[in-house]
Design a protein. Structure first.
Length: 178
């Protein structure tokens, strides 16, 4: 079963990369593009818990860094932290509103952390003064995309087509990814 989780996670990351490159990157608001890579980490963390969330974050970040002119591993660090923190959230009776709040928080957190790490790594070409608009655009797009993406992700990760209900009834005793 361990290999099953790996294959499911790879499929999820691959589909997210295709969607990001072919659809999301084609649109911009005030010269800001959306970023749905944090969404895959957030959803995997909510469905499978902190360990798998952090692992999915590691590999999602490595894939995203292939397409960015940034230090390799920067996105991985952000997404490992994001996956673990989101996966640690344990609130009973999670509904749609809860998931939307977590997606909004996680999306904003990932962009702010990414910008702070860029400053610490002295990457002047990466960080710009438009961080507020970047956070807003990424958060809104991820909330909108999450309405459809959650059903797909829950099917890939658990085989369930229940979407929102999958997160409401998730069992933290998921099998380890590696």
């Amino acid at each position: 079963m361990m290999n099953s989780n790996i294959v499911k996670s790879v499929v999820l990351i691959f589909v997210t990369a295709i969607l990001q490159i072919s659809v999301i990157d084609r649109f911009s608001v005030s010269h800001v593009h959306g970023d749905i890579f944090p969404l895959v980490v957030i959803v995997a963390s909510l469905i499978k818990g902190p360990e798998i969330g952090a692992t999915v974050g590691l590999f999602t970040g490595l894939v995203e860094d292939l397409f960015l002119p940034t230090p390799y591993g920067l996105s991985s660090l952000v997404y490992v932290l994001l996956g673990y923190l989101i996966g640690m959230i344990t609130i009973e009776n999670r509904g749609k509103f809860y998931v939307i709040i977590v997606v909004a928080f996680g999306s904003a957190f990932s962009q702010v952390l990414w910008a702070l790490l860029a400053i610490l790594l002295q990457q002047p070409n990466i960080f710009n003064s438009h961080i507020a608009s970047i956070v807003m655009v990424v958060t809104v797009i991820n909330i909108l995309v999450s309405l459809l993406y959650l059903r797909f992700a829950s099917y890939v990760l658990t085989g369930s087509q229940k979407g929102w209900k999958t997160i409401s009834t998730v069992v933290r005793d998921a099998e380890p990814l590696v």
